[in-house]
Design a protein around this ligand. Structure first.
Ligand SMILES: *Cc1c(COP(=O)(O)O)cnc(C)c1O
Length: 358
């Protein structure tokens, strides 16, 4: 296996993959694979309850929150959020930090919602997280993307929105560090960055937000449909939910919880940024105060060197370092499952490469 720096789907903990392999043909004495049992069976019921309980515990969610596993990726949430939570006579505030938040804004507008862009970092090609906001006093919510996977920017602290509920797309940094969930009305995250394989979207909704869901939405697009049936209105993404449960168990029992995870993530990122900043060969693309702990984006002196860097890294057992096609350059995604050893190997390679071509 190589050191995997893919942005998503991304690396997963090896012990989890091995556990799945070991019990894949016979899940807990059922004589069936987990992908063959009924989603209404006691086996799967325990699996989904375990994933929900671990999510609640890891994030410190109070009773006011409900945990759901939906489908359609994080991208479906771009329209489900305004459809369910902002009426046509309300205004929704969005902070535009590029890519994903831009797409979320677009969907709200398609639905005819009145959108206020409370802040944007478009003036500098989304290389930073804004610090000044113009919130609408009675906005339905304030939506932001906690980590821009592509630009390599991340909120280090969340804004104070007063009594307006915050809604965040946390697809690429959920469970990477400790935060206070209480100001949030809804949090969503596609599984395939930090939680498991693709196929499920974790949605955490504050129960009072469910009162807003209008009657005229199709059943499958209503949060209430899934809240009332504990994510089991129809067949849920069983394998992904099972996989997420094991990743969360790893996070709790092997890593030792969120504080330990955050410390490790900070150590990994500091190591990598230090390598980028020293020597003058590499150049980070995000502004320093807005740098992501999860997606480290950087450039080399020219594009042909970047191509060579990605190729030689792979020859040395390190994959997934090409930047997103929309921005170019290089990107190392160092989610929870990426070990410090992987980062150290990358840093060693970067130093050798800079010496050779610098
Ligand atoms: C990957 C990603 C998405 C898109 O997720 P899908 O599950 O492919 O819809 C949305 N937002 C963020 C922040 C992401 O990193």
């Amino acid at each position: 296996r190589i050191y995997n720096f893919n942005a998503g789907p991304a690396a997963l903990p090896l012990p989890v993959l091995e556990e799945i392999q070991a019990e894949f043909l016979d899940f807990k004495g059922s004589g069936m694979s987990i992908v063959e049992v009924s989603h209404r069976s006691k086996w799967f019921d325990e699996v989904i309850q375990d994933a929900v309980t671990r999510t609640r515990r890891l994030l410190g969610l109070g009773d006011q929150f409900q945990v759901l596993f939906l489908q359609g990726g994080a991208s479906l949430q771009f329209c489900m959020v305004p459809m369910n939570l902002c009426s046509r006579d309300q205004r929704a505030d969005y902070v535009d930090t590029g890519t994903w938040s831009t797409k979320a804004i677009k969907e709200a507008k398609i639905l005819g919602r009145s959108v206020n862009v409370a802040a944007s970092s478009e003036d500098k090609n989304f290389s930073y997280i804004p610090e000044k906001f113009h919130f609408t006093p009675d906005a339905a919510y304030v939506h932001f993307t906690s980590n821009n996977t592509i630009k390599g920017t991340q909120w280090s602290a969340f804004p104070d929105t007063g009594s307006i509920p915050m809604i965040s797309d946390m697809s690429s940094d959920i469970m990477s560090k400790v935060f206070d969930p209480s100001p949030f009305g809804l949090i969503y995250a596609g599984a395939q960055k930090n939680l498991g394989p693709a196929g499920a979207t974790l949605v955490i909704i504050r129960r009072d937000m469910l009162d807003r869901v209008p009657e005229d939405l199709p059943t499958m697009l209503r949060y209430t449909t899934f809240a009332e049936k504990n994510s089991m209105f129809n067949t849920p993404p069983c394998f992904t939910v099972y996989h997420i449960g094991l990743v969360l168990k790893w996070l709790e029992e092997t890593v030792g919880g969120m504080a330990k995870m955050e410390a490790l993530n900070r150590e990994k990122a500091a190591f990598l940024y230090e390598a980028i900043d020293s020597g003058g060969f590499y150049r980070g693309t995000a502004e320093e105060e807005s740098r992501s702990l999860m997606n480290v984006t950087f450039r080399l002196p020219d594009e042909s060197l970047e191509v060579r860097f990605v190729r030689e890294a792979l020859e040395n057992g390190m994959g997934g370092l090409k930047g997103h096609r929309s921005v170019g350059g290089c990107r190392a995604s160092i989610y929870n499952s990426t070990s410090l050893d992987a980062v150290k190997a990358l840093v060693d390679f970067m130093k050798t490469f800079a010496k050779k071509y610098g």
